[in-house]
Design a binder for this molecule. Structure first.
Ligand code: 13P
Length: 259
């Protein structure tokens, strides 16, 4: 069975004091959860502190972005070795906000994934269609192109840790969640695409998260879908109680599945 991941993407929220407070509350709330991988992706300025706070706990930290060069004259950029040095074990790559506002493309996503893998961190590759694309009936085509483009030239053996996050752009921060059926359809397509590009065993093992207005009251029905292996959560991860609740709901669901 694939191990579920519940990840909070804090985006550009929380200064250092607020971040410490929220991180402490999350840590206390989830300390006894064993069957869910819990990942917090705070802003770069909070990473070092949170990385230390979570040492020895069941919570990991991740970056929200990275640059593909290891070092150099790239003012304002952050490299993967730098992320690793402050305790990161995951990096979100290709979030739709990066694609939309910062010119990220499938090609830059591809280069960033290579850089993340080279340092043995886990890439969380984000893909998803806009409302316009969905309404034009292009969802599966768009997502397929993004997945293929992001993973171009990789061998299956390099991608063992890869995590994919399907985040329909129209569901991000809008309160409009994809229905479990809408999400499952895309997740199933991505999984069969992975079987085609790599192998059935790879497809069976790769974890595919859903993101887009996941909240305590819809996390259960989403996680119950067979090809949804966790969530990448924005707004609802900024409140400790709700985030802990979503981790616990997922934990319970998986404990029951196993039993
Ligand atoms: P919301 O949960 O706020 O919709 O954001 C989702 C997201 O973009 C996570 O990366």
């Amino acid at each position: 069975m694939r191990r579920p991941i519940i990840s909070g993407n804090w985006k550009m929220y929380k200064d250092i004091n607020e971040a410490i407070e929220l991180a402490n509350a999350v840590k206390r709330g989830v300390f006894d959860v064993e069957n869910v991988e819990i990942v917090i992706c705070p802003s770069f300025t909070n990473l070092s502190e949170l990385g230390e706070m979570f040492v020895g706990s069941n919570v990991s930290v991740g970056g929200q972005n990275c640059y593909w060069e290891k070092e150099g004259a790239y003012t304002g950029e952050i490299s993967v070795p730098m992320l690793k040095s402050v305790g990161c074990s995951y990096v979100i790559v290709g979030h739709s906000e990066r694609r939309k506002y910062f010119g990220e493309t499938d090609e830059t996503v591809n280069r960033k994934i290579a850089a993340v893998l080279e340092e043995e961190l886990v890439p969380i590759m984000c893909v998803g269609e806009t409302l316009e694309e969905r309404e034009a009936g292009k969802t599966l085509e768009v997502v397929k192109d993004q997945v293929v483009g992001g993973l171009r030239n990789f061998q299956e053996t390099q991608l063992e840790t890869l995590v994919i996050a399907y985040e329909p752009v129209w569901a991000i921060g809008t309160g409009k969640t994809a229905t479990p059926g809408q999400a499952q359809e895309v997740h199933a397509m991505i999984r069969s695409l992975m079987a085609e590009c790599f192998s059935p065993a790879f497809a069976d093992a790769v974890r595919i998260l859903y993101g887009g207005s996941v909240k305590p009251d819809n996390v259960g029905e989403l996680m119950a879908e067979r090809d949804i292996d966790g969530g990448l959560i924005g707004g609802a991860s900024l409140k400790a109680e709700g985030f802990v609740d979503m981790v616990k709901t997922t934990s319970q669901l998986y404990a029951e599945k196993k039993g």
